[in-house]
Design a protein around this ligand. Sequence first.
Ligand code: NDP
Length: 461
Amino acid sequence: MSNFDVDLFVIGGGSGGVRAARIAAGYGARVVVAEEYRVGGTCVIRGCVPKKLLVYASRFSDDFEDAAGFGWTVEKPRFDWPTLIRNKDREISRLEGIYRSNLEKAGVEIIDSRAVIEDAHTVRVLSTGARVRARYILVAVGARPSLEPAIPGGELGITSNEVFDLAEQPRRILVIGGGYIAVEFAGIFRGLGSEVTLVHRGDKLLRGFDEDIRDAIGDAYARGGVRLRLGRTVDRLDRRGGAIQATLSDGEVLEFDTVLGATGRRPNITGLGLETAGIEVDAVGAIPVDAYSQTITPSIYAVGDVTNRANLTPVAIREGHAFADTVFGGKPTIVDHSIIPTAVFSTPEIGVIGFSEVAARKLHGEIDVYRTSFRPMRATLSGRDDRVLMKLLVDKATDRVVGVHIMGSDAGEMIQLAGIAVTMGATKADFDRTIAVHPTAAEELVTMRTPVVVKTPVSVG
Ligand code: NDP
């Protein structure tokens, strides 16, 4: 022990690192966290949290319109981007302060600097040059936006790092990509009144999600006014006066004020010194770890997006906690990555747990599919052309619900709760004997009785 300055040196003050540091300190470990940017990491500073605030902002436009059907007269609403960004910044600073004070209260020392690994037990703090000897090192540096594909003029675009700080709301925005971030930001800017074009190389959004959900969100976005350019890529970007001109692979040329690249994220390992400790990264730059998040070098662990397991904040938090329990709490703990609920904060929202229909058939062979698509009650008076999609996948052999897919308002909230049942191994019979809460959209989850006989593409139009 006396050979070491600290028991744990955490590199990265994001979701995973902060949780690990606090829990380890709670077990009596001497802990240091180094963070080069802002404590809280991507999720708090420029990810999930500010994104959700922008999502809330974006949904008022529909609310104002819908109010008319319920008897309200709303004067033409106006939206002011700088006000939203200012208020968002204030909230993010407040949260950052809470993260810092929670660490300090737990007895963790925070170093506001980049830190790099020099060997299996040594970290160098770049702001001071100090070398810290640590019994354990936890790498929790997360990921950063991918700048792929490299195209001429690519530097004219921004990533999700910059989008939260735009001085002005773009009147015309191009979003490149078809994953979580692209779909969420296309929805945000559409709701805020920007003209949104989304270019994606695939023929549907959200690869990996259930095909019905992919079809439904594509339909909803097209109907909601997002200009979708699927099966295409952006060949080049050029500055044209105050605008950015995008040339697509089919020759179409369009002009924008802002171009947002959202083509994935990469582990943030550049210059981290992993090789000095004998750690080789995999093909995408992720740090290989075992079930306990331990790297090939026994004193070095890694959690969160830098390990590219399931790149979600709650998973990083779980991994950080499990690491601390294992190494400092005497409770070896592994995180179950096999079943993870997730939400896409598109409008309409998506919530998912378990397998897609294609994956469930591959894994379980015979499955029953329960599917419903309906007009939500609110739309009856608002007149909005909205649909809700719900789908349950049931393993025929065991009756277990192996997938739940929801698209519609509050799908994220619904899937969190449905996720408890599915994680517990609920069967379709368990869903059936649950009494409905009426009138809700979620009651459909417990009232679907007849499986779909022949799979037909769901129409939500
Ligand atoms: P995703 O991996 O979700 O999506 C990346 C998108 O970019 C895909 O549509 C992909 O296409 C496309 N793409 C990748 N490379 C290229 C390329 N060279 N040229 C053209 N298109 C390309 O990444 P995101 O950046 O959207 O988000 C990163 C991660 O962050 C997510 O995977 C998720 O784990 C997490 N996240 C979670 C959120 C949530 O929980 N709500 C919100 C935001 C992010 P293709 O499908 O063809 O590969």
